[in-house]
Design a protein around this ligand. Structure first.
Ligand SMILES: [Zn+2]
Length: 99
């Protein structure tokens, strides 16, 4: 999956910025969604190890789902977002879907 620099969700232009590494609550993480700022940060590395394309794609889907949840009022829990991240990645990957 090629991750674009800009995506549209519910009419919002969401900027995708790649950082060398990310932290949330002083713990390393692979992605962060700033819903109020229409911004997603994705990490290039985690614990000093370069993320592979599947890890970056699932992080991208995960953070996109957080923003969809807010903008569409879905109120998804962290667990639901994590489950949908896997479901969507597998669906897109296994069916070679590129719209
Ligand atoms: Zn999350």
């Amino acid at each position: 999956m090629k991750i674009p620099p800009l995506i549209t969700i519910a009419g919002h232009q969401i900027k995708i910025v790649t950082k060398e590494k990310l932290e949330a609550d002083e713990a390393p993480c692979v992605g962060l969604a700033y819903t109020g700022q229409d911004l997603i940060h994705l990490a290039r590395t985690c614990h000093g190890v370069k993320l592979n394309s599947a890890q970056r794609a699932t992080a991208f889907l995960h953070e996109s789902l957080h923003i969809m949840s807010v903008l569409y009022g879905l109120n998804l829990t962290e667990k639901q977002v994590s489950q949908w991240e896997v479901v969507l990645y597998q669906y897109l990957h296994d069916n070679h879907l590129r719209f």
